[in-house]
Design a protein around this ligand. Structure first.
Ligand code: HEC
Length: 162
């Protein structure tokens, strides 16, 4: 083999080896999919953690909830809680209204807190695992049920309308 040919072979081998090394060093990372994250959050959810929360009064709770709604929920759920925002359309999200008179969660603060904590594979973030404290989740859920709904539905309870 001529010197040139030897060099050529050495060179090809080196390239091959480094490609192999790069291949071995390559880490494959598959982030958990949405369903797995929701299931994980569901396993962590403990209703009792909400039992020890204390608020000065309902006004404080609603005020904090209002701020959280504006910063964390409004893009998707809309100022009035009706969903179907431009933000949703741009992302192909189907966001249900939180202010339907017959909303199935209207009677259950715990269901709302659970959904906010756990999220949903259809695009609802799981706030309990990343983003909001138990107190913040309580406040925003309280705000939706006790302030937003009555305000939009136009009556005291928000639950009595047909
Ligand atoms: C990125 C968009 C997005 C954000 C931000 C978001 N949501 Fe949602 N939300 C969704 C989608 C999509 C659904 C429908 C899937 C489902 O049923 O959970 C949903 C569903 C819900 C539901 C259940 C409604 C039902 O009738 O089943 C509640 C309650 C809710 N969101 C509250 C909130 C609150 C409170 C916040 C703010 C802390 C929030 N969401 C932030 C997208 C979002």
């Amino acid at each position: 083999m001529s010197i040139r040919a030897t060099r050529y072979v050495a060179c090809v081998c080196l390239i091959g080896l480094s490609a192999l090394a790069a291949g071995c060093g390559e880490k494959t990372f598959d982030p958990p999919d949405r369903e797995a994250r929701v299931a994980d959050a569901d396993a962590r959810f403990q209703s009792v953690r909400f039992d020890t929360l204390t608020w000065v009064d309902d006004e404080e709770r609603a005020l904090i909830g209002n701020g959280i709604y504006a910063s964390r929920c409004r893009d998707c759920h809309g100022t009035l809680g009706r969903g179907e925002t431009d933000y949703d359309r741009a992302r192909g999200l189907e966001v249900p209204s939180l202010v339907e008179p017959e909303w199935r969660m209207a009677e259950s603060l715990d269901s709302v807190r659970h959904r906010v904590y756990v999220g949903h594979a259809a695009g609802m973030p799981n706030w309990g695992v990343g983003g909001l404290s138990v107190g913040e989740i309580d406040a925003v859920s309280f705000y939706v049920l006790e302030r937003l709904r009555p305000e939009i539905l136009g009556d005291e309870s928000g639950r009595d309308r047909p």
